[in-house]
Design a protein around this ligand. Structure first.
Ligand code: LFR
Length: 480
C-alpha cells in the first residue's frame, strides 16, 4: 500500500500529512502540525523560513520512522520567494506578502509595462502581494544585486531537502511574471520591469515530476506537486458532472471557476480576477479576496476563544446586521482587527456589532456576500454558470459560513474536504508514481474517500436585503 507525505504550509500553520491509497480510497492522517509565526524586523515583516524548515523536516522524519514512504511533496501559499546567491545560499529572510513596502508597486508596474499588457501576458490581477510587486519595491537593493536565482517558497524547501532546485509551474504562476499561455517566464515583462533576467534563467516544470531524493532519507523521492496551495486544493475538489464553481476558503477566499483557457479581458482585470495555472493545463479563473484572515485576527486579539466557540456564538447572534467589505484596505494588517471591523461598520453607517458574537457574525455575513459577488462576476466574465459551489479548505468546516454562502449564492454548497490542499498534494504524487490516472480520477478518489457535506440554499428577504446593502457598500468604496 503506497504511502505519500504532503507538506502543506499555510499563512497561519503548517502540517505534514500522510496518505495511503487502498482500493481506490485515500486514508489521511496528520503527522505533525506547527504554527507559522511571521517575524517583524526593523526592515519589515518576514517569514521564519528556518523554523518552518525545521518543523517540516521533523514531520517528514516522524513519518519516515513509521514505515516506508513513496514520496514527499510540498505546497505553500503563493507569491513569496527567496533569493539565492551564486553559491546557492539564502540571501536575507524572505519577506511576508503583507509587508508594506509594496505600496507604490502597482503604479510603477502600470507605468513600466501597462496594466493591460501585463494582464494580457500573465493573466494575473494587479495585487501588492504579487512577486512582481515585491521585486519592483526591492530594486537597487543589495540583496537583488547579489541574487543569482529566485525560488518561490515550496521550491526553496524542496531545494533544502534534496539539494536540487526547480521552478514549479503553479507556484510560479502566482508571481505575475509567468506567461499564462506558454507557462514559461514572461521575459518581456521581466525586462520592462527592470528585474534582473538572470533570476529566472531556469526552466519551469509541471507538477508530478521527480526532483531528487531527500538528503536525510535517500530512499524517498521528492515530487513536484501543485506547489501553490490553492492549485492543490482545487485539484482535490470532488467535482462531478454538474458545472461547478469553487471556493477555496482559508486565510483568503479564492472564488472562481476552472476553465480550459484564460479570460484576459479588461473587464476581468478591473474586477480583480486572475488566471492561475492549475494541474494539467487547467486555468483557475478566480478572485483573490480576504477570507478567514478577519476571524484569525479577531481570535488573536481576543486570545482565548477557539474558532468552534466563536462560530457557535455567532450562530446565536442576529444575522445580517453590520456588513463590511472584507477587502477594505483597513483590514490588511491592523493591530486590532475587532476594533477595525467596528470602526468600518460605523464609518459606513452600518449597525455596529456590540459583542464578540456580533463581530463574528458580521465577518461571516460579509464574507458570504463577497462570495456571491465573486461567483456571479466569474460567471459573467467567463460566460459559464455554476450549478453548485464546492467549498474546500478550513472554511468547509465552518457550517455557518457554508450555510450563509449557500443562502447568498442561491447554489447548493458541497463542503469539503477541509484538508483539500494536502489531499491534492498527495494525489498528484500518487499519480506521478503511477497509482492514479487522470485529474478526473483524482477527483473521484476524493469524492469516494471524503464525501462532501451538502447545504441547500434557503435565501430569505433578509439575506437578499443584506446583499443589496453590501452592493451599496461596494459602490461607495474603490474596491472592486
Ligand atoms: C492561499 C494563497 C492564495 C494567495 C495567497 C497569498 O493560501 O496561496 O492563493 O493569493 O495565499 O499568497
Amino acid at each position: 500500500m503506497p504511502t505519500f507525505v504532503a507538506v502543506d504550509l499555510g499563512a497561519e500553520s503548517g502540517r505534514v500529512v500522510r496518505g495511503s491509497l487502498r482500493d481506490g480510497r485515500l486514508a489521511v492522517d496528520e503527522v505533525h502540525r506547527f504554527v507559522n509565526r511571521p517575524v517583524a524586523l526593523p526592515d519589515g515583516l518576514h517569514w521564519d523560513v528556518l523554523a518552518l524548515f525545521a518543523d517540516l523536516s521533523a514531520g517528514i522524519a516522524a513519518a519516515a520512522a513509521d514505515g516506508p514512504i513513496s514520496g514527499v511533496g510540498i505546497d505553500a501559499w503563493g507569491n513569496d520567494f527567496a533569493l539565492l546567491d551564486r553559491a546557492g545560499g539564502l540571501i536575507g529572510n524572505p519577506w511576508h506578502y503583507r509587508d508594506q513596502r509594496t505600496r507604490s508597486s502597482l503604479d510603477l508596474i502600470a507605468a513600466r509595462v501597462g496594466a493591460g499588457e501585463i494582464y494580457r501576458t500573465t493573466g494575473t490581477a494587479p495585487l501588492p502581494i504579487n512577486t512582481a510587486s515585491q521585486l519592483v519595491a526591492m530594486e537597487d537593493s543589495a540583496q537583488l544585486e547579489a541574487a543569482e536565482r529566485l525560488v518561490l517558497l515550496p521550491d526553496l524547501f524542496g531545494y533544502w531537502l534534496t539539494g536540487q532546485a526547480v521552478t514549479e509551474q503553479t507556484i510560479a504562476s502566482t508571481s505575475q511574471l509567468l506567461d499564462v499561455e506558454t507557462r514559461t517566464w514572461a521575459t518581456g515583462v521581466i525586462d520592462k520591469l527592470g528585474i534582473p533576467r538572470r533570476l529566472f534563467d531556469y526552466d519551469v516544470v509541471p507538477p508530478g515530476i521527480a526532483v531528487g531524493r531527500l538528503r536525510e532519507h535517500p530512499e524517498v523521492p521528492l515530487w513536484t506537486v501543485a506547489g501553490h496551495d490553492t492549485a492543490s486544493a482545487v485539484a482535490a475538489v470532488p467535482a462531478g458532472a454538474a458545472p461547478s464553481g469553487f471556493l477555496s476558503s482559508g486565510t483568503w477566499s479564492l472564488v472562481g471557476l476552472e476553465l480550459d483557457a484564460p479570460v484576459l479581458t479588461d473587464e476581468a482585470r478591473l474586477s480583480g480576477f486572475s488566471n492561475e495555472a492549475g494541474v494539467d493545463g487547467t486555468i483557475r479563473f478566480l478572485r483573490n479576496g480576504t477570507g478567514l484572515w478577519l476571524l484569525q485576527r479577531c481570535r488573536a486579539a481576543w486570545r482565548s476563544a477557539s474558532y468552534a466557540d466563536l462560530v457557535a456564538a455567532a450562530e446565536q447572534a442576529p444575522g445580517f446586521q453590520g456588513l463590511v467589505d472584507p477587502d477594505d484596505p483597513a483590514f490588511v494588517s491592523p493591530r486590532d482587527m475587532p476594533a477595525q471591523l467596528v470602526a468600518a461598520c460605523r464609518r459606513n453607517g452600518q449597525p455596529v456589532p456590540a459583542d464578540r458574537a456580533a463581530v463574528v457574525r458580521c465577518v461571516l455575513d460579509s464574507l458570504a456576500c463577497r462570495h456571491r459577488w465573486s461567483l456571479e462576476r466569474a460567471e459573467q466574465l467567463a460566460g459559464r454558470r455554476a450549478d453548485v459551489l464546492h467549498i474546500v479548505g478550513g472554511g468547509a468546516a465552518n457550517s455557518l459560513l457554508c450555510r450563509l454562502t449557500a443562502d447568498l449564492t442561491g447554489r447548493p454548497v458541497l463542503a469539503g474536504p477541509v484538508e483539500a490542499t494536502a489531499v491534492g498534494n498527495l494525489l498528484v504524487q500518487a499519480r506521478a508514481a503511477g497509482e492514479v490516472g487522470s485529474l478526473t480520477e483524482i477527483r473521484e478518489v476524493v469524492a469516494r474517500s471524503l464525501p462532501p457535506r451538502r447545504y441547500d440554499p434557503q435565501p430569505t428577504d433578509r439575506s437578499e436585503d443584506a446583499y443589496r446593502r453590501f452592493l451599496t457598500l461596494l459602490d461607495s468604496s474603490d474596491n472592486f
